[in-house]
Design a protein around this ligand. Sequence first.
Ligand code: NAD
Length: 393
Amino acid sequence: MWIFGALGGLATTLVVGSKAIGKGKASGQGLLTETELCKGLPLIPIKKLVFGGHELRRGSLLQSAREIHEQTGTIPYPLLNALKADLDKTSKEIKAGTAINAGRSIQKLAERVPKKPLSMKSELARLQRDIKSFMQRNRLTRCVCVNLTSTEPQLKLTSTHQSAEALSKAIAGDKRSTLRPSTLYALAAAKLGLPFIHFTPSNAAFIPAVIEEFEAQAVPYMGCDGKTGETLVKSALAPMFKYRNLKVLTWQGYNILGDRDGVILADAENKRAKLESKDGLLSKILGYPLHTHVGIDYVPSLNDLKTAWDFIHFQGFLDYKMSLQFTWQGCDAILAAPIVLDMIRLAELAQRRGESGPMRHLSCFFKRPQGVDDHDLHRQWHLLTEYVKQARS
Ligand SMILES: NC(=O)c1ccc[n+]([C@@H]2O[C@H](COP(=O)([O-])OP(=O)(O)OC[C@H]3O[C@@H](n4cnc5c(N)ncnc54)[C@H](O)[C@@H]3O)[C@@H](O)[C@H]2O)c1
């Protein structure tokens, strides 16, 4: 598996968790692929997974895992010692990322980039070479790519993004403002014929030009923006109001979070991309417009422990108004890592089965699922269970 953003909090938790499960040092709690649902599916065993990736910051997986241990304690100390050799080996497979037109907040992280700036065309070729040589070195026949980089500022879409031909002309002409790093990462995966999972809210990866490449190569792909916290709860709760004809008048949500993801989201340019992802689903589930608000604030001391407080004002019989409030306190990486691992295994299976296009059965894992307009978590879950039934038979 190839991770873009390989030293991030989520990426590190994913690698540590996979290695720990593979060695029998952690349970598969949180993984759907380890439950009765997926029994009988020929999924790749977790211990067989090999990791590499692109990253902008210097450092190693062990350093990143140590930081997580100190900040949140989610990675226990004994695991750091037990996995040291594995993490050191995987760190050697981490290569310089690309920061072309990444926006000011992400540019500040860019310590590990090519010494001499490359043209977009050479940068794209370099990214592909890195992944190909990783596969050759590790004798891999398949590789799933996953984007776990920081949330980028939104890309203003123009005619250049509408076709693969127009985009490749812009790349050949080195028109650097026409794309973001996630465009290059998605293109690299598509051109190599590798499945791609886009876990961030960035709108620059699944532009029509890139989708055309995925379709031309007949590879499976899915995104955008993992659904792990407040939005997950929203997509489970909102249908309940519909099932009882209770009219939701207002849904106010406030999120506070720390860590690097929080720093990047404190930049208004980057935050806009996230807000759009989090706010869009309620009117789609309920079928009518309502007053909504989503706030995100950076609170350094929280680290990866995100807190969301939601207030829902709704109307029932005789138009009587009532309210529901919930507080969600989740650790972002602990919630996200298992679903990324589930999706890697399911994407690898999809490619082995000769499937291509958007993996609609993974829609329950995303805030803005490709090719699925239904945001009701229960119906999205049904898509997954139906797929599994069919893949098993
Ligand atoms: N529950 C969750 O954790 C969750 C849910 C939904 C979406 N996401 C998204 O997943 C992403 C990762 O979250 P995180 O908490 O691990 O953040 P993080 O800041 O800890 O990790 C991001 C990593 O990506 C690296 N990076 C940034 N731009 C890069 C580039 N162009 N090339 C290579 N590396 C680059 C950074 O240096 C950092 O190591 C974020 O975009 C976040 O919004 C996370």
